[in-house]
Design a protein around this ligand. Structure first.
Ligand SMILES: C=C(O[C@@H]1C=C(C(=O)O)C=C[C@H]1O)C(=O)O
Length: 188
C-alpha cells in the first residue's frame, strides 16, 4: 500500500520512487497530526507554517546554547589543527541517524542537519581560535622606561591591556618599591 511506501521515507537511504505526475486536489489525504485532546492539524498551509515558526524559534534557542558549548570546546584545543575531530563528528552524526527512528524523525533529516551542525561548528571554532589573543602570563615584569614595555610587548606578543601582566613601579623614594597592576604606557 501507499502507507508502506511512505514508511520507507523515514529511513536512509530513501526509496527510489518514480516522480509523481498526479495533479492533486488540495488539501489531499487526512491531517497527519493528532493532539492529545483528539483534535487534528492542519487545515491550511498558514496553520502549518505558524507551527513551524514556533518550532524554529525553539531550535534557534537550543542552537545558541549548543554554540556556547562548542565555543567552550576550543579552550581545550591548543592549535587550530586540533579543532576538527572527524571521528567525533562521525559519532555525533551517526548517533543522531541511529536515534532518529525512535523519535519518528526521518533519518535523512537527522543526517543532513547534524552534518550541517558539526561542519558549521568547526568553522565557528576555527574562527574563535584564530581570533583569540595569545595569552602568556608572567609573575612580574620590572620596568623603568616606557620603551622597555614596548620592547617586552614586541618580544612576547603581549597586548598592553592584558591585566595579567603587572609592572613594577619604582617610586621617588629609593628602595621603596611598589607593585601596581595596570595598563602599560602609564608607567614612568
Ligand atoms: C565541539 C567539538 O569540536 C568540533 C565540533 C563538534 C560538534 O559540533 O559536535 C564535534 C567535534 C569537533 O570536530 C568537539 O571536539 O567536541
Amino acid at each position: 500500500s501507499s502507507s508502506d511506501l511512505s514508511d520507507k521515507c523515514y529511513f536512509d537511504p530513501l526509496p527510489c520512487i518514480p516522480p509523481s505526475t498526479d495533479n492533486r486536489t488540495i488539501p489531499w489525504g487526512e491531517p497527519t497530526i493528532q493532539y492529545a485532546n483528539g483534535t487534528t492539524c492542519c487545515s491550511s498551509l498558514d496553520e502549518v507554517r505558524a507551527q513551524l515558526d514556533t518550532i524554529d524559534a525553539q531550535l534557534l534557542q537550543l542552537l545558541s546554547t549548543r554554540a556556547s558549548y562548542v565555543r567552550e570546546a576550543t579552550r581545550f584545543k591548543a592549535t587550530s589543527a586540533d579543532v576538527n575531530d572527524p571521528s567525533r563528528n562521525q559519532q555525533v552524526i551517526q548517533g543522531a541517524v541511529d536515534a532518529a527512528p525512535s523519535v519518528h524523525l526521518p533519518q535523512i533529516v537527522a543526517k543532513m542537519v547534524y552534518e550541517g551542525l558539526v561542519n558549521s561548528s568547526v568553522l565557528f571554532e576555527e574562527c574563535i581560535v584564530s581570533a583569540a589573543p595569545i595569552f602568556r602570563s608572567y609573575p612580574f615584569l620590572i620596568v623603568r622606561k616606557v620603551q622597555h614595555i614596548r620592547l617586552f610587548q614586541r618580544c612576547w606578543k603581549i597586548k598592553p591591556d592584558e591585566l595579567s601582566v603587572w609592572y613594577l613601579c619604582r617610586c621617588a623614594r629609593p628602595r621603596r618599591i611598589r607593585w601596581s597592576p595596570g595598563a602599560f604606557g602609564i608607567a614612568s
